[in-house]
Design a protein around this ligand. Structure first.
Ligand code: 5GP
Ligand code: SF4
Ligand code: MG
Length: 455
């Protein structure tokens, strides 16, 4: 998911959040929502679909106030419906409160049990609603104190933007799994999942919110509370591999540079005789550029991507596919014919994309096709907020390298090593989670029957 918040007296905050969410659209396409406080009341609009589908001039104009938060939801295993859309807005002892969550709690099940036994009721199947109920449980305390107490109960990944009628608050979990940063624009303060969203609205990047930190933004400026912090961080390395936008800087690392470095290291680890290097657009582009540079081979865009194929597009039927209707990618034959091609993608999850692309390249007349993944084999599910349903069939978890190569139809297949991946972020992987590649989970994972219930 993507989260965004603005504290901006005198500004059209709803529109700023709209632009911010637009820049974070890659983090979630299932639903979008904006909540605005005018100092007394919190109004919200949310709906299913893309930011541009959910909002228009009229419903944006109706969201008046000085503080706003927004959310774009990424489909995890929880049901895809409007009750699960965020921000969640509720009334509690102290007034109104809105919250937007990125990440996934690992103890949502037991917390729901416990809260339910004490009389809490739930509307949605999201883990995020557990946080709302916990805040309500501590409502005798100030919101700062309530959030500090919540941190002691919550386990797992959570970056939050919280809004009361007169305050904007940012919270990061003790491991800093999901990103969150702070920006400034004149007198206004901004919180965003990724720095690209600050750039989009013309805000200046101040700093990342620290793991465990709670930032309170109000008329008095920004105050930092040091909350619960783990002995080391566990930033999601997959944000660098695939999820984040390449123009973002996460916890001090420019995503685009990390991806180029993955490609360079890949070139150190694995070389084959080839004429050109091409990316799978757009996710493999930076890594392919890094590989080509390090290997001294031409970087060529051999596949054309249609930018307008969205989720809402009518998907082709099998018959259309058999006819060769290529909506999303088209190989450029004049470039590819008779060439020995290295093709690079950021990751191979189920292998279906790669298989289709390799077949396409062969039809375009390539002589050889060598497929490389700029990350190691994805072997384990993520419990910290990256779509696990998309990884229900992790090809590398079931088949040998040679079986996968044969299935995909490539002349050779190579994955970046885990050490190489760690080098690309600069180090030995300390302060990163790489569990989907290594199986080394930094935060205890829920038992199997609980794992996919609430997300
Ligand atoms: P696959 O091997 O599953 O057919 O496809 C791999 C492709 O999916 C890669 O190009 C990669 O960019 C993309 N990908 C990797 N992880 C995810 C994810 O969590 N969600 C989606 N939608 N795409 C992903
Ligand atoms: Fe990120 Fe993978 Fe860790 Fe999930 S398991 S937080 S996707 S590195
Ligand atoms: Mg891709």
């Amino acid at each position: 998911c993507g989260i965004f918040g603005v504290y901006a007296p005198g500004k059209d905050v709803a529109r700023l959040v709209y632009y911010g969410l637009f820049a974070l659209q890659h983090r979630g396409q299932e639903s979008a929502g904006i909540a605005v406080s005018d100092g007394h009341h919190i109004a919200v609009h949310k709906g299913m679909g893309l930011v541009a589908e959910v909002f228009n001039q009229d419903n944006l104009r109706a969201l008046k106030g000085n503080i706003a938060i927004g959310h774009v939801r990424y489909s995890t295993t929880g049901a895809s419906s409007l009750v699960n859309a965020q921000p969640l807005v509720f009334r509690y002892l102290k007034g109104m409160l809105a919250i937007a969550h990125n990440g996934n709690l690992t103890n949502a099940g037991p917390l729901r049990q416990e809260l339910g036994a004490r009389g809490s009721i739930f509307q949605s199947s999201t883990d995020s609603e557990v946080i709302v109920n916990l805040i309500a449980r501590y409502s005798q305390e100030s919101i700062e104190e309530a959030l500090l107490r919540c941190q002691n109960d919550l386990e797992g990944a959570y970056s939050l933007v919280v809004m009361t009628d007169d305050r904007l608050i940012g919270v990061r979990d003790p491991f800093g799994v999901r990103p969150l940063c702070l920006g400034k624009m004149g007198e206004a303060w901004v919180l965003a999942s990724e720095s690209c969203a600050l750039d989009t609205i013309g805000a200046e990047f101040c700093r990342d919110v620290e793991p465990g930190e709670i930032l309170i933004i109000d008329g008095g400026g920004v105050r930092s509370l040091k909350g619960r912090r783990a002995s080391h961080s566990a930033h999601c390395i997959f944000e660098h591999v695939y999820f984040a936008r390449p123009d973002s800087v996460l916890d001090g690392r420019a995503v685009n540079l990390v991806r180029r470095e993955m490609g360079r290291i890949l070139a150190r680890e694995y070389r084959v005789a080839a004429d050109i290097v091409i990316p799978v657009p757009d996710s493999g582009t930076a890594a392919a550029a890094g590989y080509a540079e390090a290997a001294g081979l031409p970087f060529v865009e051999g596949l054309m991507k249609n930018r307008y194929v969205g989720r809402t597009f009518i998907q082709p039927t099998q018959e259309m596919r058999d006819l060769g209707v290529r909506l999303k990618l088209n190989p450029i034959k004049s470039i590819l014919k008779d060439k020995r091609v290295i093709i690079i993608d950021d990751s191979i999850v189920r292998g279906t994309t790669s298989r289709r692309i390799v077949a396409m390249l062969r039809q375009a007349g390539v002589r050889e096709v060598h497929l490389m993944s700029a990350s190691p084999p994805v072997l384990y599910p993520c419990y910290y907020g990256i779509d696990t349903s998309a990884r229900g069939e992790l090809i590398a978890a079931q088949y040998s390298l040679e079986d996968i190569r044969r299935y995909i139809g490539a002349d050779s297949l190579y994955y970046l090593s885990l050490e190489g991946l760690f080098q690309s972020v600069g180090g030995n992987g300390e302060n990163f989670c790489a569990a989907c590649f290594s199986g080394d989970y930094p935060i205890p994972i829920p038992p199997p029957e609980e794992a996919t219930k609430y997300s």
